[in-house]
Write a protein that binds this ligand. Structure first.
Ligand code: CO
Ligand code: CO
Ligand code: CO
Length: 323
């Protein structure tokens, strides 16, 4: 490997070196652009719903920075010889529905022919430069809030294996298409009391929490019993056939920097490392403002928010203790 590094720019406030959710570029003292891109293979069979999930997932990275989305560009890889073009129409329709719901607009896109179907969006949003929420300023003493249940990776695998139920599909779809807008709006209102935020996606809950811990040089303490998970998830998580490769790589990624209390349940570890699609936001909030934050979150239409831990102290390379 070479020592190549991307060039920097004084207006680039958040670049790629901190593994944050999106890049942020300052336009003026009042406005910065938030930019992100993500695309992936289908996680559900219904093309419209897949479009919705992909859009909610991409929009989430803008919300995770404390921003509000403005425009979105579609990215399509489509096997035109193997699938009817109506499938693509439905995917785009589903994506458009979520983008519109987020008060943003689809401004264009690009498609290429590919053997494997993939879809996603590049989203541009705006944020006040003073209100950007990164993953590397989590403050000691702040409480950690999580806004969605864990388990979409394992449960999406039950779909792939043909061993799922309609109820499970409905539950995870409702969660994956849910916008993180209420949390982002609450963060904007209480910006001075929110020290960090990130969304939970491919690295799983502990992977993304670790990035926050490492970036902020802090130790997080997680109360696993307070972490919200899907119903019936435990049964599926106990079976090896529903584990994803990500579950293994996510553990390797955090290594010894994540420590579990003595006798910690192995199945629960799997859940905490499960890679998520369109997961919730993990937000560090000043303890006296947690009630206000929750209240605002529900006023803005949010459905679930749980306090799952706190920032315990200084730890140079980042640490997580799970009890
Ligand atoms: Co993200
Ligand atoms: Co992302
Ligand atoms: Co963020």
């Amino acid at each position: 490997m070479s020592n190549f590094q991307f060039a920097t720019n004084p207006n680039l406030i958040v670049g790629i070196e901190t593994s944050d959710d999106a890049g942020v570029y300052k336009i003026s003292e009042e406005i910065a652009l938030v930019q992100t891109v993500d695309f992936f293979t289908p996680v559900v069979d219904d093309p419209y719903v897949f479009g919705q999930i992909a859009a909610a997932n991409s929009l989430s990275d803008v919300y995770a920075m404390g921003g509000m989305p403005l425009t979105a560009l579609n990215i399509v890889c489509f096997p035109k010889d193997d699938l009817p073009i109506e499938v693509l129409s439905l995917i785009l329709e589903g994506g458009n529905e979520r983008v519109t719901k987020a008060d943003a607009v689809v401004a264009g896109g690009h498609s290429v022919e590919d053997k494997e179907l993939k879809f996603g969006l590049s989203v541009t949003g705006k944020v006040h430069p003073q209100k950007i929420k990164t993953n590397n300023f989590a403050k000691i003493g702040h409480k950690l809030l999580l806004t969605k249940k864990l388990g979409t990776g394992i449960l999406a695998t039950t779909i792939k294996r043909g061993e799922t139920t309609d109820k499970i599909v409905d539950e995870i779809v409702a969660s994956m298409i849910e916008l993180s807008e209420p949390a982002a709006k609450a963060m904007e209102k209480l910006s001075d009391f929110v020290s960090a935020c990130t969304d939970i996606t491919g690295f799983g809950f502990l992977g993304h929490a670790f990035e926050m811990a490492k970036g902020s040089s802090v130790e997080l303490e997680i109360n696993s019993l307070a972490v919200p998970i899907f119903e019936n998830l435990y049964d599926f998580a106990s079976q090896n056939k529903f584990l994803t490769m990500g579950n293994v790589t996510n553990r390797a990624y955090v290594g010894a920097n994540v420590e579990f209390c003595k006798g910690f349940d192995e199945v629960y570890k799997r859940i905490l490392f499960d890679p998520q699609t369109s997961g919730g936001l993990l937000i560090a909030v000043e303890s006296q403002k947690v009630d206000d934050f929750r209240k605002l979150f529900f006023e803005f239409g949010g459905s679930l928010i749980e306090e799952i831990g706190f920032i315990k102290g200084f730890a140079e390379d980042g640490k997580i203790f799970v009890r």
